[in-house]
Design a protein around this ligand. Structure first.
Ligand SMILES: Nc1ncnc2c1ncn2[C@@H]1O[C@H](COP(=O)(O)OP(=O)(O)OP(=O)(O)O)[C@@H](O)[C@H]1O
Ligand SMILES: [Mg+2]
Length: 411
């Protein structure tokens, strides 16, 4: 460790000790008259937070009821006939390794997790792949805490589902460790005439200690014993690196081959996006997306960006109508202040573009009309009914809607 690092660590330790000593802080604060001029407001907030002080400066409050703030689909996703989801589920049940390929923020990880958690009903294991992902995380190995089992081995042994998020970012040599297991995802043992498993034919792989691990040997539910399956996600086809995303590596074809036939391209899905966002936000984002795509720009509007804009727009509207669901933000004098607006979000996005592109977009007819005063006024008028349709809650008073009101809305 170099000298600077040692000094940094000492200072950090002292800082932690001081901050955790409430009496010490109290004695300092007693001598100082706190005013906005002599102490930064951020420090006041953080000290008061540490001391659990109450009453003076109010901290932000979120009033969102659980359902409203939900981050995940509360219901299992519907697996429609012929849908991508239904094909993925068939693949997983058949023992085919699934690969979801698509641009950033299109919902690949969400889809993999939702299918794993809500549809398959198996234990889920996840590896967030990068060039730094170590073989230990995959196959297991010695760490300072002793031997730790890898995610691949756990999923294999417990009849689980393994999610390899951002697989193309894995170092190709590390990725090679997956090959043995991924070749045997669909392999089952041989049964004798009585229908019993011939144990010597149960497939196995070896872990980081060299132990043989038999498929499903630790499965709690014996019906899941041979259900080990794999979903991987990534921005590339694993063979080409592409120029839009950093960190992806060219993978050996032996790995790519293990997903052949079960590659799914996850594109932007305007129907899904329209369901998840307010029309004003969708139109605005869609106009920006069309423009950026026409210029083959590096920046793009993903579902993630749309949802970000959507949350901001929703809060802006809730604040306007003084809804109990509005997040409460206070300034240092304890007064409630307005939240960020959708205009702030759009401007922040535009700032990422080169100046000529920004100017060009500002003159784009569709974009101008999507963000016009008229469109915004319309959005404000429609907000209440859209909110009620989405959450079945009245944004003005926070009440749940009655069955009758819900039926009326759906008409
Ligand atoms: N069907 C859906 N319903 C609600 N939210 C969704 C849905 N699909 C995706 N999301 C949300 O959209 C955002 C982007 O999704 P996700 O992180 O899965 O994208 P990704 O394709 O994995 O992106 P990246 O390539 O950057 O990893 C997330 O906040 C996720 O929760
Ligand atoms: Mg992802």
């Amino acid at each position: 460790m170099d000298e600077n690092e040692v000094i940094k660590q000492i200072i950090e330790t002292i800082r932690k000790d001081i901050v955790s000593d409430k009496k010490f802080i109290m004695s300092i604060l007693a001598k100082i008259e706190l005013t906005e001029d002599n102490i930064p407001s951020k420090l006041i907030l953080s000290l008061m937070n540490k001391l659990n002080a109450q009453g003076q400066v109010r901290m932000p409050v979120s009033n969102k009821p659980k359902d409203f703030a939900g981050t995940k689909a509360s219901k299992p996703i519907s697996v429609g006939d012929g849908s991508i989801e239904s094909k993925i589920v068939s693949d997983l049940l058949d023992g085919n390794n699934v690969y979801l390929m698509g641009k950033a923020g299109t919902g690949k990880t969400y889809l993999a997790e939702t299918i794993a958690e809500y549809v398959m009903g198996q234990p889920v294991f996840m590896v967030n792949c990068s060039q730094w992902t170590s073989p230990i995380e995959i196959r297991g190995g010695q760490t300072i805490k002793g031997y730790e089992e890898g995610q691949l081995i756990k999923a294999w042994a417990e009849g689980g589902i393994l999610i390899l998020d951002e697989l193309p970012k894995l170092d190709p040599n590390t990725a090679g460790l997956l090959n043995a297991a991924l070749a045997k995802t669909g392999s089952n043992p041989v049964y004798d005439e009585k229908g019993d498993i011939i144990e010597s034919t149960v497939p196995y792989i070896t872990n980081g200690r060299g132990d043989k691990i038999y498929k499903g040997q630790d499965a709690k539910d014996k019906d899941l014993r041979f259900r080990f399956c794999v979903i991987a996600t990534g921005n590339t086809d694993m063979i080409n690196v592409g120029n839009k995303y950093g960190g992806n590596q060219r993978q050996d074809y032996s790995l790519v081959d293990r997903f052949a036939g079960s590659f799914y391209v996850i594109n932007n899905d305007p129907i899904k996006e329209m369901q998840l966002t307010y029309p004003y936000v969708f139109n605005l984002c869609n106009a920006m997306r069309k423009y950026l795509e026409s210029k083959d720009a590096l920046q793009s509007i993903s579902l993630r960006t749309m949802l970000n804009f959507n949350r901001t727009f929703e809060q802006e509207m809730l604040y306007k109508i003084e809804s109990p669901f509005a997040d409460e933000i206070f300034n240092n004098s304890g007064e409630k202040i307005a939240p960020k607006t959708i205009e702030d979000s759009v401007n922040s996005f535009l700032n990422m573009l080169e100046k000529n592109m920004r100017d060009d977009l500002d003159n784009d007819q569709e974009f101008r009309s999507a963000k016009s005063e008229r469109a915004k006024t319309q959005a404000e008028d429609d907000f209440r009914s859209h909110f009620m349709k989405k959450y079945h809650l009245n944004p003005r008073n926070g009440d749940s809607l009655t069955e009758k009101e819900i039926t009326e809305l759906d008409k």
